[in-house]
Design a protein around this ligand. Structure first.
Ligand code: FE
Length: 140
């Protein structure tokens, strides 16, 4: 995906631009998706690519939405900025910065993907009620 800096500025809010394109970090405990418990898919706020499932979201108390697993669209690379040695995670499709991954997450992976809420979109699972009804019939 080849968008120019101007294209991204037109598409994103200034806060989203700062995070996704300039590797910024949102203020902790401010993100709209931090306490989101709904079932669905978390997508890239830049390009819409699916990145995380609600099934891997957990309450890390760190102030940013946290997941113990990322899907194949999430890239990993070393980040030595700010005097720290961290692993940055980004959207492979648009190269947007998402956050970092740490080794203090829960099982089964032990990973904590610490992701800026502003770097994410959310698509609520539409078939959830239907699935519940079907399961109700099967197990009734
Ligand atoms: Fe993206």
């Amino acid at each position: 995906m080849s968008k120019t800096e101007e294209d991204w500025k037109a598409k994103l809010t200034s806060e989203q631009f700062h995070i996704l394109r300039e590797k910024g970090t949102e203020i902790p405990f401010t993100g709209k998706l931090l306490n989101n418990k709904e079932t669905g898919k978390y997508t890239c706020a830049g390009c819409g690519t699916e990145l995380f499932s609600s099934e891997t979201k957990f309450d890390s108390h760190c102030g940013w939405p946290s997941f113990f697993e990322a899907n194949k669209n999430v890239g990993h690379r070393e980040d030595n900025g700010y005097g720290m040695n961290r692993i940055e995670v980004f959207c492979k499709k648009c190269n947007g910065h998402l956050g970092h991954v740490f080794d203090d997450g829960p099982q089964p992976t032990g990973k904590r993907y610490c992701i800026n809420s502003l770097a994410l979109g959310f698509q609520k699972e539409k078939l959830k009620i239907l699935k519940l009804i079907i399961n109700g019939f099967i197990f009734a």
